[in-house]
Design a protein around this ligand. Structure first.
Ligand code: GTP
Ligand code: MG
Length: 247
């Protein structure tokens, strides 16, 4: 009895989740993450080399979640590096540039790449997707309008957000809803109900962020998980993770 009472008082265990970013090169994946984590924008393009890794803690309602973010390079050249990082993912930031039709049309091939890498036993039903229609700031001519992007995303049961890493528009709200949806999905057993799902409630609490990166080593095929691949322990501290992102 006493043991049970003590057990009830224990705080809920932190949830560990893995999030990846996907989308063509130059659509703004790294900038979206940087805007959220560091509240700043870097106008100069510095292509991600292979994979960048960062970890952040977020409070969603009564639940602490440790988010491990694997920011993928979008360039086809890095296919061999990123293809090992799709497995065991709970959330995907699927990004396109509203000024590039090509990046929007490539979303299907990004899903296909993920499906292919997960193999016949993998399922996208256990993954929350947040589609980011990025670069909505006035600086660029828009060629993919909101209704088109929203339809693509929502018809697949994905979240849809208009974002600008430059101005910060939509970034905070998108991440809050994204993380809430991941927590909800975990709490209902990790499978999305058929016919799409509603976005989670936004939750408060400022994230504690340690954005770091290191290039993925070569010759990584056959390793166990995404942390092994980078030579890290899951939830590693900043020191264990190495090089701070210079962007
Ligand atoms: P890869 O790492 O090569 O896959 O590219 P990425 O998708 O990570 O793109 P990145 O975040 O490096 O941004 C590419 C370029 O777009 C940079 O010059 C950014 O400054 C710019 N950029 C990113 N987000 C925005 C945005 O919201 N608005 C505008 N105007 N430019 C942006
Ligand atoms: Mg990048």
């Amino acid at each position: 009895m006493e043991a049970n009472a003590a057990k009830r008082k224990e705080p809920r265990k932190a949830l560990r989740v893995k999030v990846i970013s996907m989308g063509n090169a130059e659509v703004g994946k790294s900038c979206i993450i940087k805007r959220y984590c560091e509240k700043r924008f870097v106008p100069k393009y510095l292509a991600t080399i292979g994979i960048d890794y960062g970890v952040t803690k977020v409070q969603i309602r009564d639940r602490e979640i440790k988010v491990n973010i694997f920011d993928m390079a979008g360039h086809p050249f890095f296919y061999e590096v990123r293809n090992e990082f799709y497995k065991d993912t709970q959330g995907v930031l699927l990004v396109y540039d509203v000024g590039s039709k090509e990046s929007f049309e490539a979303l299907d091939s990004w899903l296909a790449e993920m499906r292919r890498e997960l193999g016949p036993h993998g399922s996208l039903d256990s993954v929350v997707f947040a589609v980011c229609a990025n670069k909505v700031d006035a600086g660029k001519l828009r060629v993919v309008d909101e209704s088109e992007g929203r339809l693509w995303a929502e018809s697949r049961g994905f979240l849809y957000w208009e974002t600008s890493a430059q101005s910060g528009e939509g970034i905070q709200e998108m991440f809050q809803n994204f993380y809430s949806a991941i927590v909800e999905l975990c709490e209902i057993g990790g499978k999305r109900p058929p016919g799409g799902r509603k976005p989670g409630e936004a939750a408060g609490g400022a994230p504690r962020v340690h954005a770091v990166s290191r290039p993925a080593p070569s010759g990584i095929r056959g390793s166990k998980d995404s942390w092994d691949l980078l030579g890290l322990k899951p939830g590693a501290s900043r020191c264990e993770m190495g090089i701070a992102r210079g962007k």
